[in-house]
Ligand binder design. Structure first.
Ligand SMILES: NC(=O)c1ccc[n+]([C@@H]2O[C@H](COP(=O)([O-])OP(=O)(O)OC[C@H]3O[C@@H](n4cnc5c(N)ncnc54)[C@H](O)[C@@H]3O)[C@@H](O)[C@H]2O)c1
Ligand SMILES: O=c1ccn([C@@H]2O[C@H](COP(=O)(O)OP(=O)(O)O[C@H]3O[C@H](CO)[C@@H](O)[C@H](O)[C@H]3O)[C@@H](O)[C@H]2O)c(=O)[nH]1
Length: 452
């Protein structure tokens, strides 16, 4: 049986390690964050991800999932090592590969046999080859070999466990038989399940990851720009997306207009591919435009609220209830969430801001420290809306559907409802209580669908 090592226990490392342990592999997960490792050893997940904690606990109980802070232990007990550390954006938009190189150095230092090294982290084209060259240099004069492969990860947060159990595809960029054979063993379950596999070279695998994320970001920015136009010309963006999506070549996915994309991947990966383009003398105009349109979208959402609510060109004296801080539902991740910029925009125009999020408030208090003392954290959507002039729904958490609308509306000072996710478009049970402002349709253009 193959011994698997995972370096980095963020979303990708943890979910990948836990899923492989559920397939019966002995998996050692390593992280430099000792507190995280301590909690993981107690079966406590450091992130909110449906189904993950159960998987961690069953791996720990079965004894085939081990957490350690020792790089030596993970390197020396594993046949295959997955690199799953962060590759965040630097100030200039390029990918910060310092965590990746820390891990590679640890591998070179502790290596005690032939190993297959697999990058799951999203890395600019050429990085896997550089890692291979670096390790070859370090191992010169020893009997050991490092076979380096790229195996990008496509999981979505909030659906990470199910995406890992049933991935859309497995992409393997490998240039040695040892690496290919090892990854076929690791992914034997997916091979049996007829998950599509693509074997290619390392550069192509690295590019597929950036290409996929950039393309999805382009799709979102495209529909968001059309949403802004639709508001001006009396068209309805949801119907436009439905009509476009009826063409298989376009598909209806990733055509939900909203306040702009966020998260730990699209914003940094679009910037990183533009940076790679620039360094190679190719301007990626389409991706650059998607980034610019995303910034515009967030600013436009603030202007829309301001234009609707302001008395005297500012939002002084207005109270806004923001529902949802995470960049999407079913995660506690607030990285690059559009909520942050919308809140900043509202505060900058003088509004008082109250917030509520089912899972994101702990992280927000911890990381959005510049907002501490400037916004009021509330215990529920109803408390958040008390005496507010407007609700701004930022994240489409399912629990919002069960809100007591009459109670919420009666507890408010005003009755504006900005639905940045079009979650309640056409829903008469909600619309009867509010002046409703969706994204991508003029106020009078609704309901989009006839209320049942
Ligand atoms: N989050 C996602 O949904 C997702 C999906 C696909 C791909 N990716 C990519 O996967 C990579 C990891 O993303 P993430 O969101 O899981 O990261 P993360 O930021 O959540 O976690 C990274 C982890 O690596 C640890 N780490 C840092 N240096 C280390 C070292 N030297 N040794 C061991 N551990 C170390 C950190 O302590 C942290 O726990 C990134 O390149 C990202 O772009 C992320
Ligand atoms: O039609 C849509 C779809 C998404 N979004 C927004 O786009 C962002 C990203 O959403 P999503 O892609 O669902 O979340 P992630 O978990 O960031 O997953 C993306 O980024 C991961 C990290 O690279 C990849 O692995 C996944 O395949 C890719 O979907 C969020 O702010 C969403 O609200 C929209 O505004 N409209």
């Amino acid at each position: 049986m193959v011994n698997v090592g995972v370096m980095g226990t963020g979303y990708v490392g943890l979910v990948h390690g836990a899923v492989l342990s559920s397939y019966g592999f002995r998996v050692t997960c390593m992280d430099v964050d000792k507190q995280k490792i301590e909690r993981l050893n107690q079966g406590i997940s450091p992130i909110y991800e449906p189904g993950l904690e159960e998987l961690l606990q069953s791996g720990l109980r079965a004894g085939n999932l081990v957490f350690t802070a020792s790089a030596q232990q993970v390197v020396q007990t594993s046949d295959v090592l997955f690199i799953a550390v962060g590759t965040p954006a630097k100030e200039d938009g390029s990918a910060d590969l310092s965590y990746v190189w820390d891990v590679v150095q640890q591998i070179g230092k502790h290596i005690n046999g032939h190993k297959v090294i697999v990058s799951k982290s999203t890395m600019p084209v050429g990085t896997s080859r550089s890692i291979a060259m670096y390790l070859d240099g370090m191992l010169r004069g020893t009997p050991y070999r490092a076979h380096v492969a790229s195996n990008p990860e496509f999981l979505r947060q909030g659906k990470a466990v199910s995406d890992s159990l049933s991935p859309s595809r497995v992409v393997i960029g490998a240039e040695s038989d040892e690496a290919v054979q090892m990854l076929k063993k690791v992914y034997a379950t997916h091979l049996e399940q007829d998950v599509p596999f693509l074997f290619t070279n390392r550069e192509t695998a690295e590019m597929i990851k950036y290409a996929s994320n950039s393309f999805l970001a382009v799709k979102i920015s495209f529909i968001n720009e059309l949403a802004l136009l639709s508001e001006k010309v009396g068209a309805k963006i949801q119907d436009i997306a439905t009509g476009m999506g009826m063409d298989d070549r376009i598909s209806p996915h990733f055509l939900q207009a909203g306040p702009g994309y966020g998260g730990s991947c699209f914003p940094k990966d679009t910037q990183a591919i533009v940076d790679v383009g620039r360094k190679n003398g190719e301007e990626l105009y389409v991706v650059r435009a998607a980034i610019a349109a995303n910034e515009k979208q967030k600013a436009k959402m603030v202007s829309k609220i301001e234009e609707t609510l302001s008395f005297d060109g500012t939002l002084k004296g207005r109270t806004v209830a923001v529902w949802g801080l995470t960049f999407k539902p079913d995660t506690d991740d607030i990285r690059y969430s559009p909520s942050y910029e919308i809140i900043q925009g509202l505060l900058g125009r003088g509004a008082a801001v109250k917030v509520y999020c089912p899972q994101g408030m702990k992280q927000a208090k911890l990381y959005w420290t510049d907002l501490n003392g400037r916004i009021q954290y509330c215990g529920s959507e109803a408390e958040c809306s008390q005496q507010a002039d407007a609700i701004v729904l930022m994240t489409e958490w399912e629990q919002f559907r069960a809100a007591n609308w009459e109670k919420i509306a009666r507890g408010m000072r005003g009755n504006a409802f900005f639905d940045m996710r079009n979650m309640f478009a056409g829903d008469a049970s909600v619309l009867q209580w509010f002046k409703y402002y969706p994204v991508g349709a003029s106020e009078y253009g609704y309901p989009l669908r006839e209320a049942q």
